[in-house]
Design a protein around this ligand. Structure first.
Ligand SMILES: C[C@](O)(CO)[C@H](O)COP(=O)(O)OP(=O)(O)OC[C@H]1O[C@@H](n2ccc(N)nc2=O)[C@H](O)[C@@H]1O
Ligand SMILES: Nc1ncnc2c1ncn2[C@@H]1O[C@H](COP(=O)(O)OP(=O)(O)OP(=O)(O)O)[C@@H](O)[C@H]1O
Length: 313
């Protein structure tokens, strides 16, 4: 086929523990990632030229080679020159619904969709793990975005083990339109402040990895225990982002007061999410937090956990 339409879901971090420094300069992590049904639309169309052309009308999304979706297409061209010679270039249209630079893997999921879409368009027949290997060359969150669902992510985030699906929980997400946190800044600041608790040689990293504290959450997920899942959320990056961004701290407190199952910042922020058992409860929480904060620059999104990653629609 010459055209594919794909849905690219956002992710939230139910758990993020920083274990130490890796030889490649990244941090060794223990995470639990969850896809939600807040998704961008990605349309791919074979354009009969030798070029990648990118379209997106969101003002914060770059339209040049720094766009992760563009970089994903470029990587596929480099890896599969014969398929590119046969099928030619591609138009990529991004319909942005996931807030940008929000800690929700917006760019990463767009890149994952391009990898999945070009695999289909160019009839390559790549396996999920082959797609994930390509994804890891582009960014740490991208391998997860391919298959999505609920998963443990270790290494720098690219090593994945699936967990049982959790598609019944609802999420309220909130983010101030003006706030934006750089992921690199968050990790660097964490390193400056907490590296005394880090390990870095391979043997110590291995031992430290055996002592992560996510066991309670993994067991809550296995038992589909919503209350315990809510109580077991964790994100080490909150320790550097909350003190620096009072608006994020304020959202965390407002959600806590709203009596949700649990609340946490996603990734490097600034989005804060809260878990509820029903859509109607999520709507009530949104109303309560919006009324308490009364800021017209505050955006809310309602979503549900989903068991799927990138899919063709
Ligand atoms: C914060 C999270 O979104 C949580 O899921 C991820 O850990 C970040 O994933 P990502 O944005 O795909 O990350 P990358 O594009 O690979 O890296 C962005 C920056 O984050 C830092 N980084 C990222 C992942 C990691 N394990 N250690 C790091 O120190 C690095 O400074 C890097 O320059
Ligand atoms: N396809 C894309 N969509 C959105 N932003 C993109 C895209 N490609 C590149 N970017 C750039 O990446 C930056 C981070 O945007 P993105 O929405 O991916 O952040 P994020 O959700 O915080 O990522 P993560 O959770 O993976 O760290 C943006 O400021 C933007 O300049």
């Amino acid at each position: 086929m010459r055209s594919y339409s794909l849905l690219a879901p956002a992710k939230i971090n139910l758990y993020l523990e920083i274990l130490g420094d890796r030889p490649d300069g990244y941090h060794e992590l223990a995470m639990i990632l969850q896809s939600i049904d807040l998704a961008d639309g990605i349309d791919l169309h074979a354009n009969g030229t030798d070029n990648i052309r990118l379209h997106c009308d969101h003002p914060q999304v770059p339209l040049d080679q720094t766009n992760l979706a563009y970089r994903a297409a470029q990587l596929m061209i480099n890896q599969f020159p014969n398929a590119f010679a046969k099928f030619g270039g591609v138009d990529i249209e991004i319909e942005k619904r996931i807030p940008v630079a929000a800690g929700l893997a917006g760019g990463s999921t767009n890149a994952a969709a391009v990898l999945v879409g070009l695999d289909l368009m160019w009839q390559l027949g790549l396996t999920q793990s082959e797609l994930q290997e390509l994804a890891a060359m582009l960014g740490s969150d991208i391998p997860f975005c391919i298959g999505g669902g609920t998963a443990i992510a270790t290494g720098r985030g690219e090593r994945l083990s699936p967990l049982p699906d959790l598609d019944n929980l609802h999420v309220v997400l909130a983010k101030h339109r003006s706030s934006c946190v750089s992921t690199a800044w968050a990790y660097q600041t964490y390193r400056q402040q907490y590296s005394s608790s880090y390990v870095s040689d391979p043997q110590s990293l291995k031992e430290r990895s055996a002592r992560v504290h996510s066991g309670g959450l993994v067991s809550a997920i296995a038992h589909k225990d919503a209350a315990k899942i809510g109580q077991s959320l964790h994100n080490d990056l909150e320790r550097v982002v909350l003190p620096k961004y009072p608006q994020v701290q304020q959202l965390r407190e407002a959600f806590e007061k709203a009596g949700v199952l649990g609340t946490m910042m996603s990734g490097s922020g600034p989005t804060v999410f809260a878990l509820t058992e029903s859509r109607s409860q999520a709507e009530l929480v949104q109303q309560q937090v919006a009324t308490g904060i009364l800021d017209p620059g505050l955006d809310f999104f309602l979503a549900q956990f989903t068991a799927t990653g990138i899919r063709v629609v």
